[in-house]
Ligand binder design. Sequence first.
Ligand code: FMN
Length: 224
Amino acid sequence: MNFSAFPCLCRIEGLIQGLRVDCVGRAKPGSFVGSRRCEVRGDHVAAFIMKVLSLGGSTSSESINRRFARYAASLISEADVTDLDLRTLEVPLYSVDLEERDGAPADAQRFLDMIRSHDAIVISLAEHNGSYTAAFKNLYDWVSRIEQKLWSGKPMLLLASSPGGRGGATVLEAAKATFPRMGADLRASFSLPSFYDNFDAETGIRDAALAQGLRDAVDALTAA
Ligand SMILES: Cc1cc2nc3c(=O)[nH]c(=O)nc-3n(C[C@H](O)[C@H](O)[C@H](O)COP(=O)(O)O)c2cc1C
C-alpha cells in the first residue's frame, strides 16, 4: 500500500520508543490529528504525541510573551512542550566580518536543531518600537545564515502580546508576511492586547471572546 497517498487507519500500539501511542482514526502519515503526529510503522500508521517548541521572542526574565506562548501550548491536549528561554542561547551581535571569521555561533545551530527536533512551534513575539526585539532578530539573523528556511516546514502558531492595546499587532503582521517565506507552515496567528488586563496566571484569558480566539488558533495548529 502506498501510505503517502492514502489516509490510513492507525491501530492501537501501546508503547513505541517510550511514547504512548493510541488510535486516532483515519489520518495521512506525517499529518497531525489533534496533537498526534502520524507516522508509518511497518504496515500501519501510528500516532505519536506532538513535541511542541514554545518560546517568546524576548530575553526578558519576566517575558509576558514567553508566558503567553507557554499558556497557549498548554492548551494543546497531551503535547510534550519544551519551554525555550532565549536567554539560554548566547550569540554575539551579527556582523558579516564575524561570520566570515568564525562562522555561525554554536547556539544558533542549537536553536535550529531545536526547531528541527520538534513537531510544531508556538511563538509569541514581543514588540519593540514596532518590530522584533533586538535579541530575537539577532538570533533569527544568525540562524538564517545557516538555513534560510529556518522554520523547517514546521506547523506554527504565531502569537504576540504587549501591555498596550495593540497587542504587538505590528510585529505580528511583519512576522506573518515573512515567516512563511522562512519555512514556517503558518497555521494561525493571534494577538492578545493589554496583557496585564486580559491575562490571569491561574485562569488564562479573562475575556471570553479573546479566549475563544486563542482556542480557535490552537485548534488550527493541530488540525489535520
Ligand atoms: C525599547 C522598547 C520598545 C517598545 N516598543 C513597543 C512597541 O512598539 N509596541 C508595544 O506594544 N510595546 C512596546 N514596548 C513594550 C513591550 O511590549 C513590553 O515591554 C513587553 O513586556 C515586551 O514583551 P516581553 O515581556 O515578552 O519582553 C516596548 C518596550 C521597550 C523596552
